[in-house]
Design a protein around this ligand. Structure first.
Ligand code: IVH
Length: 675
């Protein structure tokens, strides 16, 4: 093994320590100290060093979260202790019943206490840590045998790949941690918006989204989903056990796992339990994630064993569920809106009704599949539900009240705005208007472009966009910058002064950070976050536009679908034409920072071909070259500057020799790229 300089070893360890610390601050303590951009730069430095010194790579390095190939199917993963579920109770009466049953078994135990924890609405998983290293992650399955989703849970940054040796469980050789994988509401909304744009079916709720994301055969897909984790208990533990549930939660927290420790309340009697439940119900809407109730657990483990288990659930705990707020109303009609990518979205327009204090008169029906599944028709009496989420949904139809002459609803096959054909492609949930210049699409596109987090064109609201498009003053976003005062002042409710203000706002919008410009282009699946990652990586738009989907997939946080979408956008000449016109009009997307190391590296501007077997993965080798401003090509040609030859290199090496291209060994390549 080649000798690795000790300062490199130390630096790699230090970077890993820093990254773990920031993961911990962010996910466990909920108090990040650095920006996402600074975090990403630590991460990138570690990736580069590991690429240059593959011998230093360890399986629990933060960079090894995504790896491996998609699975054919999930393997079975037996649980050392069964994963039980909880019996549900729905009112205070039933909770008092539970308390009575507990006291019947324990008698007058003076130290009886309960722990009340929020019941996160996600998916239960078990994480096996052996000697502090995450070895298996599995779903609950039937409680005895789950599915092995190790590769997927490894991609969740809230889940440490190795534990801290702190607190009660510090020297436990094996601990099976139980907890919930879930999705924050804001992340869920963002994910669904992107999926809607892609024509993919949206997830009904964060729980489904979390469950669907964990059960993916390709860990890359899981990695691109914003999952989170919180531990609430343990299964098998080799080693001593603490005395109480509270101690378990604290012990888990000390291991560096986000646990319910900070959210759990210790209650000396059942009255206090009820009080805490009511508090949680009040808090519910303001939490960043969905909870569907409170879990009430007997605190003492000795008490828990005295109480024992039923077949599928313990006698020492219950789930006290929140009643979902529901109401009945009638669908007056179903309207169809057309979005930025031409997707026709059916919306139920209902007789206004109060659902848990909020007046509701519209609810999205998502797509034809959703409508068919629930058999929703115009005129139907429906049950509306507002879950923890503020977005109301139609849960079902009261069929008894249905008008016998009603017909199943079909999304129209013509666009309600431009009357072009609306088609649903094989395998897609969305029905789309085929007319790429449909005024509805155009209006949405422009509205998005002008929005606060994109170009931030003050004063360019929905009404104004409508008029500009309807009067044919603009046919795309680039036309905005050729508007003149006369034209704008001729619009309804537009005094000369406000017309002037709009032109000023347009002028001001030209100096825009490149990521906001990219976001404003409205590329499907490219939200603000993805736009920032892309621009941080590539610096300027031109560089980005030249990248392939494969290149972009190498960026931490960019999923394969988003990468495809960006590449497809820049491959479309009509899109490039609009971008060019925007730039010609003086729009100046300001680079976030120059690409790392470009200009100073011997690889800057060079084309490199890899051949033969290398010890470092191709994707990483490629990234090293790209990060230094170079390009990787598949075949040797006149444009090739270097051929890096690994073991058993074949025809490409011969060709390189023939054409006199500089040939590097892998060691030489590493030397050239290390710093
Ligand atoms: S304790 C034997 N605690 O609710 C105890 N469960 O039906 C089993 N859940 O499958 C679970 N938050 O997915 C527990 N603080 C919490 C929880 C929680 C959510 C979920 C878990 C479990 C289901 C119970």
């Amino acid at each position: 093994m080649e000798r690795i300089p000790s300062d490199v070893v130390n630096l790699v360890e230090d970077l890993r320590r820093q990254i773990r610390r920031h993961d911990h601050l962010y996910y466990v303590l909920d108090s990040p100290e650095i920006s996402d951009a600074d975090y990403d730069s630590l991460y990138r430095r570690l990736e580069e060093l590991e690429a240059a010194y593959p011998d230093l790579v360890t399986p629990d390095s933060p960079t090894r979260r995504v790896g491996g190939k998609p699975l054919e199917k999930f393997n079975q993963a037996p649980h050392a202790e069964p994963m039980l579920s909880l019996s549900n109770v729905f009112d205070e009466h039933e909770v008092l019943e539970f308390d009575r049953r507990v006291k019947k078994v324990l008698g007058t135990a003076p130290d009886l206490a309960y722990v009340v924890e929020p019941k996160l609405d996600g998916l239960a998983v078990e994480l096996v840590y052996e000697n502090g290293r995450l070895s298996i992650g599995s779903t609950r399955g039937d409680g005895y045998v789950g599915e092995d989703v190790t590769a997927n849970v490894r991609t969740i940054r809230a889940i440490p790949l190795r534990l801290e040796a702190k607190g009660f469980f510090a020297s436990t050789p094996r601990i099976d941690v139980r907890g919930e994988v879930y999705m924050n509401r804001a992340d869920f909304d963002q994910l669904n918006r992107s999926r809607d744009e892609e024509g993919l079916p949206s997830f009904a709720n964060p729980r489904n989204a979390a469950a669907g994301s964990i059960r993916q055969l390709s860990p890359k897909v899981t990695a691109s989903r914003p999952l989170n984790f919180r531990a609430y208990g343990v299964g098998r533990v080799l080693g001593p056990m603490p005395a109480t549930q509270m101690d378990i939660l604290e012990g888990l927290q000390h291991l560096g796992l986000p646990s319910n420790f900070g959210n759990a309340s210790l209650c000396g009697d059942i009255r206090t339990v009820l009080q805490r439940y009511r508090e949680l119900r009040e808090l519910r809407e303001s939490l960043p994630y969905e909870i569907d109730g409170a879990v009430v657990k007997v605190n003492s483990l000795a008490h828990q064993s005295a109480l024992g288990l039923k077949t599928r659930s313990p006698r020492w705990a219950v789930a006290f569920k929140f009643a979902a707020v529901q109401a009945l109303t009638r669908i007056v009609r179903i309207e169809v809106g057309v979005g930025r990518t031409g997707t026709l979205t059916p919306v139920a327009v209902m007789e206004p009704v109060d659902v848990g204090g909020v007046r509701v008169s519209r609810a999205t029906l998502h797509n034809q599949d959703e409508i068919d599944r629930k058999d929703i028709r115009e005129g139907d009496t429906v049950i509306i539900q507002r879950a923890g989420d503020v977005i109301p949904e139609v849960v079902g139809v009261v069929k008894e009240n249905r008008d016998p002459s009603s017909r199943p609803y079909r999304i129209p096959d013509r666009c309600p705005v431009c009357d072009s054909a609306a088609v649903r492609l094989e395998g897609q949930a969305a029905t789309r208007c085929v007319n790429s210049s449909c005024p509805a699409r155009l209006k949405e596109t422009i509205r998005h472009f002008a929005s606060r987090n994109a170009m931030d064109i003050e004063g360019l609201g929905t009404k104004l966009v409508e008029q500009l498009v309807d009067r044919n003053l603009i046919a795309n976003v680039a036309d905005l910058y050729s508007l003149d005062l006369e034209a704008v002042a001729s619009l309804e409710r537009m005094a000369r002064k406000s017309a002037g203000n709009l032109l000023d706002a347009l002028e001001r919008s030209k100096q825009v950070p490149a990521d906001r410009f990219l976001f404003g282009l409205g590329i499907p699946l490219v939200g603000e976050h993805a736009a920032r990652l892309l621009m941080e990586e590539y610096g300027d738009l031109e560089t980005l536009a030249a990248k392939t989907a494969e290149d972009m997939e190498g960026i931490h946080g960019i999923g394969p679908e988003a990468a495809q979408s960006v590449a497809a956008f820049f491959n479309e000449p009509r899109n490039m034409e609009i971008v060019r016109r925007l730039l010609d009009a003086g729009v100046n997307p300001m680079p976030l920072k120059p690409p790392q190391g470009a200009g100073s590296s011997p690889l800057s501007g060079k084309t490199v071909v890899f051949t033969g077997t290398l010890s470092l993965p191709r994707a990483e080798a490629k990234r090293i070259v790209q990060d230094r401003g170079g390009k990787v090509s598949e075949s040797v040609s006149r444009k090739t500057d270097f051929v890096v030859a690994g073991d058993a290199a074949g025809s490409k090496l011969d060709k390189a020799r023939e054409s006199g291209v500089t040939i590097l060994s892998e060691d030489e390549f590493r030397e050239m790229t290390a710093h």
